[in-house]
Design a protein around this ligand. Structure first.
Ligand code: HMG
Length: 424
């Protein structure tokens, strides 16, 4: 595959960007039309997807162009409303690519469902009875969803745990390319009556768990510190401060929440673009961040002074899908999968975790050097002007004035706009 030079992509006009993508065969003529004509989700399709539809809702669809994961380069689609998120991911991915890119690993890819039983007279006898009939229960689960078994997936294992007054059965299922919520819930409801019989107790509920600890993915990268600053002393200090920032997120939940919010700036943007359930990914990851009893920062960084490398690591539950749900219904989601090269669910999960680590790198670098406001607010300035009522055509004249003011806020934007209109 020929190398694409993305330098200056962000400075191109919208039309030039689309032209660039199609010139490099990254966008089919159909997809180019879809984007240019803004052919979004139709009301008819939206009406089939959810209830009480009164319209559709748009967000910017963008691209982070040059993300290297396991030696393969991806064009990563982002859907986000927040200025500077795409710039930060682009900036970080570029530096990380120059340092060898991300290395990732899928630990496993199984979904977990649970059936909770209560009012159990003798939990030990009930547990033994269930475990004694393990093969039969797995067969029952698979019989409830034969199509996934045909595709090579299906129920894999079951375990039982006693937690307070509950006897909980956990079922692990290989859902192949799907996220599998419906599949797992169907299986759980199919085995529920037999479990009640074996435990001689009622069940409270049967449902998939979003705490997907059997779908963990790790991303790592090691950045050459010369990319932090041309001045080696400055680069050294910055690496040390970024490690301290990573430590702070381990010891202080107030900082950990913001540290993780930054990671999800990128993860949510990609999960949303690919038509996946971002609430499920968020819930699972925040539960994972609390697995030791206190909420922690999810990404960590270490500095090897001799090798002059700053190394980051992020592990997350990533039960992502490439089939099922609303994927395939939304035309922009299809473009997102095409831009990524139509990866498998395993491959997509690895790109998503890598993006989270890139986003964290950019945020920590900004926070421990210039501060967040300079880069973020530079890109926020345009939004402030638009919010103040500026027209698109007035932005080119107003933006340079805005960027030289001391106070980048809505009042300044309003004052500048009023003065500009008075003078012209
Ligand atoms: P900079 O060094 O001023 O940028 O950083 P630059 O103008 O020198 O450009 C460097 C490169 O950044 C560019 O290279 C692009 O790759 C990229 P070029 O293409 O020019 O050769 N870049 C852009 N890409 C697309 N569109 C743009 C653009 N501008 C630069 N307009 C930058 C500027 C914003 C990258 C940097 O300051 C940064 O990474 N800041 C962090 C921003 C951030 O994290 N924003 C998220 C919102 S804040 C938040 O919610 C999370 C937080 O609270 C999390 C936490 O606390 O951990 C921070």
């Amino acid at each position: 595959m020929t190398k694409i030079n993305w330098t200056g992509f962000s400075k191109k006009s919208y039309d030039e960007r689309l032209e660039f993508l199609s010139k490099h065969n990254l966008l089919s003529p159909d997809h180019q039309d879809t984007l240019e004509e803004n052919v979004l989700l139709t009301i008819d399709t939206a009406n089939q997807m959810v209830e009480n539809v009164i319209g559709t809702f748009s967000l910017p669809f963008t691209i982070v162009p040059d993300v290297m994961v396991n030696d393969k380069v991806y064009k990563v689609p982002f859907v986000t409303e927040e200025p500077s998120v795409v710039a930060a991911a682009t900036f970080a991915s570029k530096i990380i690519k120059r340092s060898g890119g991300f290395k990732t690993k899928v630990h496993n890819r199984l979904m977990i469902g649970q059936v909770a039983l209560y009012d159990v007279d003798d939990v030990n006898t009930a547990s033994s009875a269930i475990l004694h009939h393990k093969d039969e229960i797995l067969e029952l689960a698979n019989a409830a969803h034969p199509s996934i078994v045909k595709r090579g997936g299906g129920a894999r294992d079951l375990t039982v745990e006693i937690k307070e007054e509950f006897l909980i059965l956990y079922l692990t299922v290989d859902t192949q390319e799907a996220m599998g919520a419906n599949m797992v819930n169907t299986m759980l409801e199919a085995i529920k009556p037999r479990l009640e019989e074996l435990a001689d107790a009622p069940s409270l509920m049967a449902i998939l768990s979003n705490y997907a600890t059997e779908s963990l993915v790790t991303a790592q990268c090691c950045i050459d510190t010369r990319f932090l600053s041309r001045n080696s002393q400055e680069a050294h200090h910055l690496a040390e401060k970024m490690v301290l920032a990573s430590r702070l997120a381990q010891v202080d939940p107030y900082r950990a929440a913001t540290h993780n919010k930054g990671i999800f700036n990128g993860i949510d943007a990609l999960v949303l673009a690919t038509g996946n359930d971002w609430r499920a990914i968020e819930a699972g990851s925040h539960a994972y961040a609390s697995r030791q009893g206190q909420y922690h920062g999810l990404a960590t960084w270490s500095y090897n002074e001799n090798a002059k490398t700053l190394c980051g690591e992020l592990t997350l539950p990533m039960p992502i899908a490439t089939k099922g749900g609303s994927i395939g219904l939304n035309p922009t989601v299809q473009i997102a999968h095409d831009l990524l090269g139509n990866p498998s669910a395993r491959e997509l999960a690895q790109v998503i975790v890598a993006i989270g680590l890139a986003q964290n790198f950019a945020a920590l670098k900004a926070l421990t050097s210039t501060g967040i406001q300079s880069g973020h607010m530079k890109l926020q300035a345009k939004s402030l002007l638009l919010l103040a009522g500026a027209k698109e055509s007035e932005i080119p004249q107003l933006l340079p004035q805005m960027l030289t003011t001391k106070r980048l806020d809505s009042q300044t934007a309003q004052e500048l706009l009023a003065k500009f209109r008075e003078d012209s």
